[in-house]
Design a protein around this ligand. Structure first.
Ligand code: 0A1
Ligand code: ZN
Length: 874
């Protein structure tokens, strides 16, 4: 059918709102149950050369009084019937993305036909075309509100239904997938070149978990037998050139399936579990029922093309999406305000899974570093919101580190407060009570509190924005042999919210005897008042106190430590995470304290020099992490006003230099102890590779004789991407003589692999010496592609990590230009990229004024509600 023919048939196009209204806010307090439930949905999706036709049949039953409301966006309505009768346009209203039928009977069969255009859908929501040339494929992304771009539907998470999906397309696309079980497949009669497949998903699911794929893909197949005896077929689909990079993901899937049975008693419930790798995707991955869609960057992995860090994150994302099958899919969210219900719990579960696959200390370091770098910044700025927001314009703007990572920290605090046995009793109760339902955070807390009613008090953590600051000091009384630790909490008052209340803050504490370095007492203190004193008896001498062990709560800690106490803890703490934490506290004291209060770096440098050589042999990964100096971006997030990007960069680099010089004599020896070996994917081998890259950078920084040649040799002889890319990064960052040759070689070797070329873009865009002109050159490079979010992020995301480039007139011009370009083409991506500019109001003048003007200007030139909402606070 030609486009011209179908245009003529569009009935009752949407009434424009005249005059255009400001996008309206949706409020949690206005939640109302849907008037109609959907029992079954039959979808028939026919894909043609330049459009698709979607026919749907919905069986609906009234639940309560009210209109029958369907949502639809970017759809051309071709036909609609209710209980067999064609609906004339007077029977319904179609306005602002809503189709409302006022006087529907109690039992309704709706038949709807629409035309959509996946081929021009650059927003990557609904059904869209990904890839190019021979690799073109069609995939869906329906969370949170993409299903309404496929057909008219009560597209909200509390409407659950059984879906049957028929897909029809040209045989050029042999892969036809949808949720559930394959019921039938065959040729379309009367045609030579079209075929179809029918899928039935027996589970009740919300529309955001719908998915389908129309493509030409290869498949890696495996199987898993669940603890309940179900034989599950596992399939990982990718384009044929990538099928050799699917083994890591497949193994991770099997590991995750077994981990969830052992740790939460949860087995998989369908006979088939499919994962599809897609090169154009706005986020990491999506947990559609039985048919996960993954960004290629989050599922493909091979030693030659994938760094260790990426490969490790592939495993955790596979686990994350798998764990959603219970926490998200079988028990889902009542409304999008409850997003943290599925995300916080699932992130906690994937972090726990990953902690079992490597050193749990290093896992905790990674989780906390991410939280501090991104979530603390969000909580401190104008986009701060509660883990469960109370209003939004565009829900896509709330897939944030606050909802995900702070949400996970709340679950962690609950788990630690309950202990493993009672936490398991609580989660068992949660699954028992709410399986098959769409529920709220209150429901979750009520199940978790069956063994301890105090757990319900954690609700305030979900409601209150801002990072609490915990301040404390200690008093030792040698006469009574008592130690009193006094702790206070304060959370900033975020405009638009109630005055903050004290929260329940678990503070894991240990007392270390100064003479021996031994732990003499360990306790979980629960700070739930504004100020509280905690007394320890029978303490024979004044100890060094270690607080917030394992980062027992997502707070900022200001305790009146002496630098020497922190150095003592670096030596004596038994937990690797806590040792890292004290190095970070020392760095903060050196870099961020007000003038006059700044610590001298001597104690820090001395303590590291003492620790590193031995630790490098015992636990290379931890040794590498102890050398962390927070990124310029992270340091900036801790500066509430008058932030000067140049000054912070200079101080940061100065400390890095001092560290490199302080250990100058060690680097050659350490590097020698970490020779390139045949590739192995073990925690130990990954640790050695991580440390080797850090040592290489330190050696080049300290001008160790021959270090530049070490980098070249490491690149030339690399056994894997971690080594090759690590060496390239050092050469580019330090502008070593051969850097350009090696960049060219890297491009040459990997030009056919998009994910590696993303690395090639990002290493240049994030180089220490990058200029706005370099960024512009990358944005017009022949391989730059505005339609591929991974490629956009590889350059633009890197600019965001360079405050000295970003916060200049040219840098901001480039950055706001990118937002304008993506505003209507891909508003989800545009708005996510925009969020880093929220820090503009902490800048020192004249940058603050300049940034403010640029943002006001941007506001006038954008139109998506996503971007406009992110600019509301300007
Ligand atoms: N639920 C997914 C994240 C996700 C959200 C939105 C998307 O498209 C706009 C895609 C994925 C997860 O938590 O993994
Ligand atoms: Zn998730």
């Amino acid at each position: 059918m030609s486009t011209a023919e179908t245009d003529a048939q569009i009935i009752n196009p949407e009434m424009p709102d005249v005059p255009p209204q400001a996008p309206s806010k949706i409020n949690l307090k206005d939640y109302q149950k849907p008037s109609f439930a959907v029992e079954t949905v039959d979808l028939d999706i026919k894909l043609y050369e330049d459009h698709a036709q979607v026919a749907s049949t919905l069986q609906m039953v009234r639940q309560s009084a009210g209109d029958l409301v369907l949502f639809g966006e970017d759809l051309a309505l071709l036909a609609i019937t209710m209980n067999g009768e064609s609906l004339s346009s007077e029977r319904y209203q179609h306005r602002a993305g809503k189709l409302t039928i006022a006087d529907a009977p109690d039992d309704v069969t709706l038949e709807i036909q629409v035309r959509i255009c996946p081929q021009t859908n650059t927003a990557l929501e609904g059904l869209y075309m990904a890839g190019s040339g021979d690799d073109t494929m069609f995939v869906t992304q329906c969370e949170p509100e993409g299903f309404r771009k496929i057909t008219f539907y009560p597209d909200r998470p509390d409407v659950l239904a059984v879906f049957t999906t028929r897909l029809e397309a040209d045989k050029r696309y042999p892969t036809l997938l949808a949720n559930g079980n394959l019921v039938e497949a065959g040729d379309v009669s009367g045609t030579a070149d079209r075929h179809y497949a029918i899928w039935h998903d027996p589970t009740n699911k919300p529309s955001y978990l719908f998915a389908c794929v129309i493509a030409d893909l290869d498949v890696l197949t495996d199987s898993y037998t669940t603890s309940e005896g179900r034989e599950v077929t596992l399939e990982l689909y990718a384009k044929s050139a990538d099928i050799d990079k699917c083994d890591v993901g497949m193994q991770a899937l099997k590991d995750a399936m077994s981990w969830d049975e052992v740790n939460y008693g949860r087995a998989y419930d369908l006979d088939r579990y499919m994962i599809v790798a897609v090169s154009q995707f706005n986020m990491g991955a999506m947990e559609n029922k039985g048919l996960n869609i993954f960004n290629t960057a989050c599922v493909l992995s091979s030693p030659e093309t994938t760094t260790d860090a990426r490969s490790f994150s592939v495993k955790s994302i596979i686990a994350h999406e798998y764990f959603h099958n219970w926490t998200g899919n079988r028990i889902t969210c009542r409304d999008w305000f409850q997003l943290c219900l599925k995300e916080g719990l699932t992130v906690y579960r994937d972090q726990s899974f990953s902690a079992d696959q490597q050193s749990s200390a290093v896992q905790r370091i990674d989780d906390v570093a991410t939280l501090r770098a991104h979530q603390f910044a969000e909580d401190a700025g104008p986009l701060a919101h509660p883990v469960r927001p109370e209003s939004f314009v565009e829900i896509n703007n709330f897939y944030t580190t606050t909802v995900y990572e702070k949400g996970a920290e709340i679950v962690r605090m609950i788990a630690n407060t309950l202990g493993p046995v009672n936490f398991r009793k609580g989660t068992d109760e949660y699954f028992r009570r709410y399986d098959g339902q769409a529920v709220t955070v209150e429901d979750f807390l009520s199940a978790l509190s069956i063994t301890d009613s105090k757990i319900e008090d954690f609700i305030d953590w979900y409601r209150q924005p801002g990072t609490p600051v915990v301040t404390g000091h200690q008093d030792y009384d040698s006469d009574t042999q008592t130690l009193t630790i006094t702790l206070s909490q304060k959370t900033r008052h975020v405009a638009g919210f109630d005055a903050p209340k004290p929260l329940p803050i678990p503070v894991a504490t240990a007392l270390f005897e100064r003479n021996t370095g031994n732990i003499v007492a360990e306790r979980m203190l629960l700070l739930d008042q504004q100020t509280q004193a905690f007394v320890f008896e029978n303490v024979t001498s004044e100890p060094v106190v270690s607080l917030l062990r394992d980062f027992s709560a997502p707070v900022q800690l200001n305790y009146d430590y002496q630098d020497e106490d922190l150095a003592f803890l670096l030596e004596h703490e038994t937990n690797g995470f806590n040792r890292w934490q004290v190095t970070q506290m020392l760095v903060n004291r050196i870099l961020l304290q007000n003038k006059g209060e700044k610590s001298s770096p001597d104690i820090y440098l001395h303590a590291l020099a003492q620790t590193l050589p031995t630790l490098a042999a015992e636990d290379a990964m931890l040794a590498a992490r102890l050398l962390d100096i927070p990124s310029a971006q992270e340091l900036a997030s801790a500066i509430p006003q008058d932030y000067d990007p140049e000054a912070i960069k200079a101080q940061r680099e100065g400390l890095y230099q001092q560290l490199a010089l302080a250990l100058k004599d060690e680097w050659a020896e350490l590097y020698k102890q970490l020779p390139i070996q045949a590739y192995q994917d073990s925690a130990d081998a990954r640790g050695r590779r991580a440390l080797r890259n850090v040592v290489l950078d330190m050696a080049v920084t300290a001008n160790v004789a021959g270090a530049a040649e070490w980098a070249q040799r490491q690149y030339d002889n690399a056994s894997c991407m971690t080594e090759r890319f690590g060496a390239l990064k050092v050469m580019v960052n330090h502008q070593l003589a051969k850097a350009d040759d090696y960049l060219a070689d890297f491009y040459e070797r990997f030009q056919d692999n998009d994910l590696v070329i993303d690395l090639w873009f990002s290493v240049q865009a994030s180089a220490d010496t990058v200029t706005p002109d370099d960024i512009t050159a990358l944005l017009i490079h022949k391989d730059f592609d505005w339609n591929t979010p991974n490629r956009v992020r590889s350059v633009v995301g890197a600019v965001a990590s360079q405050p000295t480039v970003l916060w200049t007139a040219d840098g901001l011009d480039i950055y706001t230009g990118v937002i304008k370009k993506l505003d209507t083409a891909n508003p989800v991506l545009a708005s996510r990229l925009l969020q880093v500019l929220a820090r503009w109001n902490t800048l020192a003048e004249p940058r603050r004024q300049m940034a403010h003007e640029q943002l006001l200007d941007l506001q006038k030139q954008v139109s998506s509600k996503h971007v406009l909402e992110s600019l509301e606070s300007v």
